[in-house]
Design a protein around this ligand. Structure first.
Ligand SMILES: *Cc1c(COP(=O)(O)O)cnc(C)c1O
Length: 428
């Protein structure tokens, strides 16, 4: 890759949440191994982001690569309409075994946002089948469920990056987010707003959707498990299906295999994505109870009306299966536990830094909430110059490192964050 390639990228290629006029600089990565990203200049930097929560076992993983090579020799892709294949069956058997007994049917799709669209369509069709026209989805403030229209409509309209599209979005219901943090005492007032809205709209709500325990892009907050418990009770009482978005939190990130396991609750619909393929190829899944699946299938049209071209892609299914097999060795538990322990030791004390408002840690997630916004361009450069890859947003500097990171490398990530806090120019 030479200078003209970078210039071409700068002039012609959109990057996530970016502009085509003077976009922030992008760093060119030519390869990666373990927790290291190799830059064009040959320098290795430590990845603190797992490529947005996905590369949990590190890059270029021999077992994941092997499963891809093995599959590519057989078949890379085949349509899923009227055709099935061993990799999809193997993966879906595994997902059904890993998730609560209630979740019995799987819809595979191409990305996290689409798995949310699928869940919303299922909710609408479920009620249609029961002869009810229910059109509202209830969620909470600070939520984030993806970038497609249905997903945007259940993401916080004020706080969210989707504000500009508000005119075009269906209006859903937003209860106050709980204030009780994960590690604090439960404040029973936290459920009042949710309870009021669900009572008032009980005949119009098609479903409730939540990110269990961890609110991601909406503020990196960890809320109290009792909130989920109360939500589950209310959903059961009013017979309203409960959807959990575990796209970011699933597969061990919070210290439990699924974040909802912190609360001993079970959803009616579960969305999975991000780390499901270990950060190799995009794949997502929407799991439902038999009751929901059967009710949908009893609707007037008797089918669920969704079917992406690359549904059940064999390469993605086979590598997801291999990824889950690695998780089943159960090393992730110790890895995540050790990351949490180290973060409590070295990241938590940053709470005393004058620039810092709060430090939050849960499993392999570490968050430093600053009092000011970061200057993204400058802080990104600072991090890269100091040998790490961390991508903050707004006031939040957070890390979600690969589970395989060594304690030494984790300490380096934390040290560079600590160092950045002393640089006035990196903050606005
Ligand atoms: C990333 C994310 C999504 C969207 O997934 P994509 O694969 O980016 O479409 C949805 N919900 C949550 C909680 C996420 O973190």
């Amino acid at each position: 890759m030479n200078k003209s390639d970078i210039l071409f990228d700068y002039k012609h290629i959109w990057h996530p949440y970016s502009s085509m006029i003077n976009p922030l600089p992008c760093y060119s990565v030519i390869s990666a191994k373990g927790v290291y990203l190799k830059l064009k200049n040959g320098k290795n930097i430590i990845d603190g982001m797992s490529s947005w929560w996905s590369t949990i076992h590190g890059y270029n993983h021999p077992i994941l690569n092997k499963s891809l090579r093995k599959q590519i020799k057989k078949i890379s892709h085949v349509m899923f309409g009227g055709i099935t294949h061993p990799s999809a069956i193997l993966l879906c058997r595994k997902l059904i075994k890993l998730t609560p007994e209630k979740l019995d049917c799987i819809f595979l799709s191409d990305s996290g946002s689409i798995s949310i669209e699928v869940a919303i369509k299922m909710l609408i069709q479920y009620w249609e089948s029961l002869g009810q026209n229910r059109t509202k989805i209830l969620t909470i403030r600070n939520s984030y469920h993806g970038d497609t229209f249905g997903a945007m409509s259940v993401s916080d309209p004020d706080n969210s990056i989707h504000k500009i599209y508000n005119q075009f979005l269906p209006k859903n219901l937003f209860a106050n987010a709980p204030c009780s943090n994960f590690h604090e005492e439960w404040n029973s007032n936290d459920i009042i707003s949710f309870q009021k809205i669900i009572e008032k709209n009980k005949l119009n709500i098609a479903g409730v959707i939540l990110e269990p325990i961890v609110q991601g892009i909406g503020g990196m907050k960890f809320y109290h498990p009792m909130f989920l418990k109360k939500v589950e009770e209310l959903c059961k009482y009013y017979s309203i299906p409960l959807v959990f978005d575990e796209i970011a939190t699933g597969f061990g990130r919070t210290g439990k295999f699924f974040a909802f396991q912190h609360a001993n609750v079970v959803p009616d619909i579960l969305c999975l994505g991000k780390s499901m393929t270990g950060g190799t190829i995009t794949l997502a899944a929407t799991l439902t109870s038999r009751n929901i699946a059967n009710t949908i299938s009893n609707s007037n049209i008797r089918c669920f009306m969704h079917g992406p071209t690359y549904m059940g892609n064999p390469l993605a299914c086979s590598v997801a299966y291999a990824n889950i097999k690695i998780l089943e060795k159960n090393e992730w538990k110790t890895q995540v536990f050790n990351i949490e322990k180290e973060l409590c030791k070295s990241l938590l004390p940053l709470i005393n830094h004058p620039r810092v408002l709060d430090v939050r840690i849960l499993g392999a997630i570490g968050v430093v909430e600053c009092k000011q916004q970061v200057n993204l361009e400058l802080i990104q450069k600072f991090f890269v110059n100091n040998g790490v890859w961390i991508r903050p947003f707004k006031k939040l500097i957070y890390i979600v490192p690969p589970y395989v990171i060594s304690i030494n490398n984790l300490k380096k990530l934390v040290n560079v964050i600590a160092k950045s806090l002393n640089e006035n120019t990196l903050f606005i």
